[in-house]
Write a protein that binds this ligand. Structure first.
Ligand SMILES: Nc1nc2c(ncn2[C@@H]2O[C@H](COP(=O)(O)OP(=O)(O)OP(=O)(O)O)[C@@H](O)[C@H]2O)c(=O)[nH]1
Ligand SMILES: [Mg+2]
Length: 255
């Protein structure tokens, strides 16, 4: 990815990225958005809100198959993990830094349309596991719980942390050793705080992506809009779907 504006799929278009702007998706999003409305970012220009906190209350005609995944965020203290989850929920960013204590989980629901002949629509439920690094250091069992049956690990790194970025391949390899031998997790890197003075560039991200075959997204939790957020969510879902397709080929799971 070369710009921060709108991320694009790198998976050969398994999912329809435009569908979310169509009428059918609009109705599903309506069913998702409610409660906590005053906390949500108002994407005025597009007149759309994301609201992905509570379970969907969809009308019968709109019900669809749901897939549930566990997504773990890993990154240094204050690198922006909690803010990233808030942004993906369509919530306002907050300046006050409140370290995450223990494990916080947040469910994000996101509908997707597959680019297949029968064009099925599925609801993804992403259980986002957020934990401050001190919890990992102080309590071994927290790390074990976090990695148990995890489907996707999002490595989060601040754009000012060049040293952390250089050590990222080692960290990813180290964490991959904790994966189950039959059911490995997928990985994504988010470089946060891209609105601030940055040590890392889009070209660093691109080189990393090419060399290690791990998608790298440039992100700012203060500059998100419906278009970019919906692309990030669709890409996360697509990455999970692709991992499942790979597992199904090895006979580990059935999609
Ligand atoms: N400008 C800017 N500030 C950000 C961004 N992301 C996070 N911040 C700020 O950085 C601080 C830390 O963000 P958090 O999301 O709480 O960081 P965290 O990784 O969850 O921290 P721990 O819970 O301690 O591990 C907060 O003051 C946020 O407002 C960003 O993209 N841009
Ligand atoms: Mg946090």
């Amino acid at each position: 990815m070369t710009t921060m504006d709108v991320p694009r799929s790198d998976d050969g278009g398994l999912f329809d990225y435009q569908w979310i702007n169509r009428e059918e998706a609009e109705k599903i999003l309506e069913g998702l958005k409610k409660r906590h409305k005053n906390e949500l970012r108002d994407f005025f220009n597009e007149n759309k809100l994301l609201a992905l906190l509570s379970g969907p209350s969809l009308s019968v005609g709109l019900s669809m198959k749901q897939y549930r995944y566990k997504v773990l965020l890993i990154g240094k203290s204050s690198c922006g993990k909690t803010s990233l989850i808030r942004a993906l929920q369509g919530k306002q960013s907050v300046n006050d830094y409140q370290p995450t204590i223990g494990i916080q989980t947040t469910a994000i629901y996101w509908p997707v349309k597959l680019n297949q002949p029968n064009r099925p629509t599925y609801m993804f439920r992403l259980d986002m596991w957020d934990t401050g690094p001190s919890s990992f250091q102080n309590f071994d069992y927290i790390e074990k719980d976090c990695f148990e049956s995890v489907d996707l690990v999002m490595f989060v790194i601040s754009a000012s942390d060049r040293d952390g970025f250089n050590h990222l391949p080692e960290l990813i390899n180290e964490k991959l050793t904790q994966a189950s031998p039959t059911r490995s997790f997928s990985t994504i890197v988010f470089i946060t705080k891209f609105d601030q003075l940055s040590d890392l560039t889009a070209s660093d991200a691109e080189q990393f992506q090419t060399k290690y075959n791990v998608p790298v997204y440039l992100f700012s939790s203060v500059h998100t809009n419906f278009r970019s957020t919906s692309s990030y969510l669709t890409m996360i879902c697509e990455r999970l779907w692709k991992r499942d397709l790979e597992l199904s080929m090895t006979g580990t799971i059935f999609v």
